[in-house]
Design a protein. Structure first.
Ligand code: F0G
Length: 353
């Protein structure tokens, strides 16, 4: 296939016209990987949509290519977002490509190292506040009302338009919609986008609809608790959000699809994070693994039937957050002298530990 990026591939489904810049970093077209080992272990037909293979390493590229292209088309010179890291990386990359100014507001000390490296490298103006994502979100919303700066958080409808294309790809790759789509929930834009995507694709192509299972981290589970979480906490910093902007839409997606919004603990997320890497060779960032943790929980409690066709969205690449991998791993390198015999003795088990 001659892939030219999302705005080209799905132009009939997107707000693309002759004036829309042909912006692309060749985003989309990510693999849907069958997980044979985990399928057997869990008793379902499990696939992952590996969004970590997008150009900046997360699903945000799908929405950002659309939002930045439209901002450019409309004559805007600057884009701005609040972020737990991935949105800012994507905004900064696409803004650089479109020759626009990019302003990002992040919670100081609470974004993963790889994401920070990206914002720095792509040349964003970075403001790290002594507050959380929700505080940053409020600030950028207010400022975008006063200043001629385009807000590119998922409250920007073009973000949802771009992100819905992932659902199209899942249907094309599987041949139909899955029975269950499991997805991590932070600000709730992505679950909104997938549900919109599945519905639109079904209208044109009769691929059916999945049941949408969204998972928040327990320490930031505003939707599950039905109240704003003032001080959200989780090691999955990408979804450390206590007042999701698309709260109502996430509930609608869950209700309309006969699905659910639930939460998983940090321990469950970490268990899924290691299980995915070690039994399938797929490295996804902690927040992404909320979907895998959620599936496991739902199979155990009967909310997902054995034999179901299940797709988990792996929203971001594991390399985004190397600190989390290293800090939570029991595997440490064995440091040895530069001596062949000593190294061989260790590898061949001649050294008693
Ligand atoms: N997974 C990852 C890796 C994310 O970065 C995010 C959100 C989500 C899941 C949740 O998606 O917000 O649409 O429900 N990250 C945002 C950011 C908040 O700033 O990068 P959501």
């Amino acid at each position: 296939m001659n892939w030219k990026g999302l705005l080209h591939q799905y132009k009939e489904y997107l707000p693309v016209n002759d004036q829309t810049p042909k912006l692309s970093l060749w985003e989309g077209n990510t693999p849907l990987i069958a997980l044979d080992n985990l399928s057997e272990q869990l008793g379902v037909d499990l696939h992952v949509k590996y969004e970590g293979l997008n150009p900046t390493g997360s699903f945000k590229d799908r929405g950002m290519v659309m939002a930045v292209a439209k901002a450019k088309e409309e004559g805007s010179e600057a884009v701005m977002c609040a972020s737990t890291g991935n949105t800012s990386a994507a905004a900064a990359a696409y803004a650089a490509r479109a020759n626009m100014r990019c302003i990002v507001v992040i919670p100081d000390g609470k974004i993963a190292m790889g994401k920070m490296a990206q914002a720095v490298m792509y040349g964003a103006e970075i403001y790290a506040i002594k507050g959380n994502f929700d505080n940053a979100m409020q600030m950028v919303r207010n400022l975008s009302e006063e200043a001629p700066i385009t807000l590119v958080n998922s409250v920007n409808p073009y973000r949802i338009e771009g992100q819905k294309t992932a659902a199209f790809e899942v249907c094309e790759q599987l041949g139909t919609a899955p029975d269950v789509l499991a997805i991590p929930v932070g600000n709730a834009g992505n679950i909104t986008a997938y549900w919109k995507g599945f519905q639109e694709y079904n209208e044109r192509n009769h691929t059916g609809l999945p049941s949408m299972h969204g998972f928040e981290a327990e320490g930031s589970a505003a939707i599950v608790r039905n109240e704003v979480v003032e001080n959200p906490e989780t090691l999955a910093t990408a979804i450390r959000i206590g007042n999701p902007a698309s709260w109502d839409k996430a509930i609608a997606a869950s209700n309309e699809s006969n699905g659910k919004i639930d939460s998983v603990t940090d321990e469950e997320i970490l268990e899924a994070y290691h299980m995915l890497a070690q039994s399938e060779g797929v490295f996804a960032e902690p927040a992404s693994c909320a979907s895998i943790a959620g599936i496991k929980k739902d199979i155990e409690n009967g909310h997902i039937k054995k034999g179901s066709k299940v797709v988990a969205v792996l929203t971001g690449n594991g390399l985004k957050d190397p600190d989390c991998a290293i800090e939570n791993s029991t595997m440490k390198p064995v440091v040895l002298p530069n001596e062949e015999e000593v190294v061989f003795d260790h590898i061949l088990g001649r050294v008693k530990s």
